[in-house]
Design a protein around this ligand. Structure first.
Ligand SMILES: [Zn+2]
Length: 299
């Protein structure tokens, strides 16, 4: 069989699998790694990428905590793989640094503060923004893509469904429309943009997998990283806003698809089992504050 025929056949087989799966969530662009065979990333650093105060927790816990104030963390993660660096999410824009008025994605609901810049945190371990080869974004809410423009030479990794969604016509939810408009502005037009169609093995060795977890937004993704001592870690993106929401399948009212959100949370919980993984939840302030912070790292 010629290589061309082989490639054709395997793509036909792959399509067959997707059709058989019959799910509304298309996955398996790349199979998730065998836990016993996955390669390793070398280091995982947590960066402080902001802190926010929202005036109504019930937006994230519908029917509960009405009018209650809640604090969220904003977290970025830096991964070293061999000689390459990948940044996962970029946090609140550096233009908000030390601004007492803060910055907002939805001014009536939430205000963010930033007291450490990504640039300074990278410098603390001897890096500049130019050393980051890949910027992977979980989704296009402003508190995750606020600093994509600081990395003009990096390859930006984003799900195609997400990139197309922020350019799609507005819907009925004014908050969602406002978030999309801000996303278009903050994303700009990256020079090196890689649009992903589902699960993607970034380095080809199973050490860093981008995993499609739609629902919060149409093209949301999470990240599975494998480390020698720590084992597997899942970086949540916004598949859930808190450990409690994940445990009880609670879907924030801002999410674009409730059923897909629950399916993605269930998928992540299955991955926690399969990989005996820890999950680091971006906005769960109590959990994140207890984790190592750059210059400390997980390896
Ligand atoms: Zn979000």
């Amino acid at each position: 069989m010629t290589p061309f025929l082989k490639a054709r056949l395997s793509s036909i087989l792959a399509i067959g699998v997707l059709v058989l799966a019959g799910a509304s969530v298309v996955r398996a662009a790349t199979p998730l790694p065998d836990p016993a065979k996955a390669g390793f990333a070398d280091r995982l650093y947590r960066l402080d990428c902001g802190d926010s105060l929202a005036n109504d927790e019930s937006v994230w816990t519908p029917g509960k905590n009405i009018g209650k104030r809640v604090r969220f963390s904003s977290t970025c993660w830096l991964i070293r793989h061999g000689g390459e660096w990948l940044l996962w999410d970029t946090g609140v824009p550096e233009s908000a640094l030390n601004d007492p008025r803060g910055w907002s994605t939805l001014p009536k609901l939430i205000v963010y503060h930033l007291d450490k810049s990504i640039t300074a945190q990278l410098a603390a371990i001897g890096l500049t923004t130019g050393d980051v080869a890949y910027v992977a974004v979980s989704h296009t809410h402003g508190d995750h893509i606020g600093n994509v423009a600081l990395f003009p030479d990096a390859t930006v990794l984003i799900q195609r469904a997400e990139y197309e969604w922020i350019r799609s016509p507005d819907g009925a939810n004014a908050n969602v429309n406002q978030l999309k408009a801000l996303a278009r502005q903050l994303m700009g037009s990256p020079k090196r943009l890689r649009l992903l169609d589902g699960d993607t093995d970034v380095f080809g060795d199973g050490s860093v997998m981008l995993v499609s977890t739609p629902g919060h937004t149409p093209g949301s993704q999470s990240l599975l990283v494998h480390l020698r001592k720590t084992g597997f870690v899942i970086l949540s993106g916004d598949v859930a806003h808190s450990a409690d929401n994940l445990e009880h399948d609670i879907v924030p009212s801002l999410n674009t698809d409730k059923a897909a959100s629950v399916a993605s949370m269930d998928h992540v919980k299955a991955m926690i089992e399969t990989y005996r993984a820890r999950i680091f939840i971006n906005h769960d302030k109590a959990q994140e504050d207890a984790l190592k912070l750059l210059p400390a790292f997980y390896d």
